[in-house]
Design a protein around this ligand. Structure first.
Ligand code: THU
Length: 128
């Protein structure tokens, strides 16, 4: 049984580490692997804007780099009133790295959440 509320709380907490001197828009994420391990992420920007990495990708890349590939849930939170809508690049990465996960999208404090799936977020996504 996945504790989605707790995962959202972790994503909200991860927002505090966001490095966002350019957009000032904080995003946090938390990926849960099947063995119970959790990997948080936040967005990290760069003066060369295109080098910015989103919170979702940081969380998933941290999990993969630690050898955890069976991602069962991914929570994402951002400084918005309604549940955040992940960018297209992250949708592609979520589809490949966490294709079977439940995706929980949250607003800034977990008071508004939405459950979805990678396939719903990116229908007809690119696969090799
Ligand atoms: N951002 C994320 O971290 N995840 C998303 O899904 C959307 C965008 C970040 C990138 C950038 O640091 C800031 O939000 C504004 O685009």
């Amino acid at each position: 049984m996945i504790d989605e509320k707790r995962l959202v709380e972790k994503a909200v907490a991860a927002m505090k580490n966001a490095y966002v001197p350019y957009s000032r828009f904080r995003v946090g994420a938390c990926a849960l692997a099947s063995d119970g391990s959790e990997f948080t992420g936040c967005n990290i920007e760069n003066a060369s804007y295109g080098l910015t990495i989103c919170a979702e990708r940081v969380a998933l890349y941290k999990a993969y780099s630690e050898g955890k590939r069976d991602i069962v849930a991914l929570a994402v939170a951002a400084e918005v009133e309604e549940p955040v809508s992940p960018c297209g690049a992250c949708r592609q990465v979520i589809l490949e790295l966490a294709g079977n996960a439940v995706v929980i999208l949250s607003n800034r404090d977990g008071s508004r959440v939405m459950r979805t799936t990678p396939g719903e977020l990116l229908p007809y996504g690119f696969k090799l």
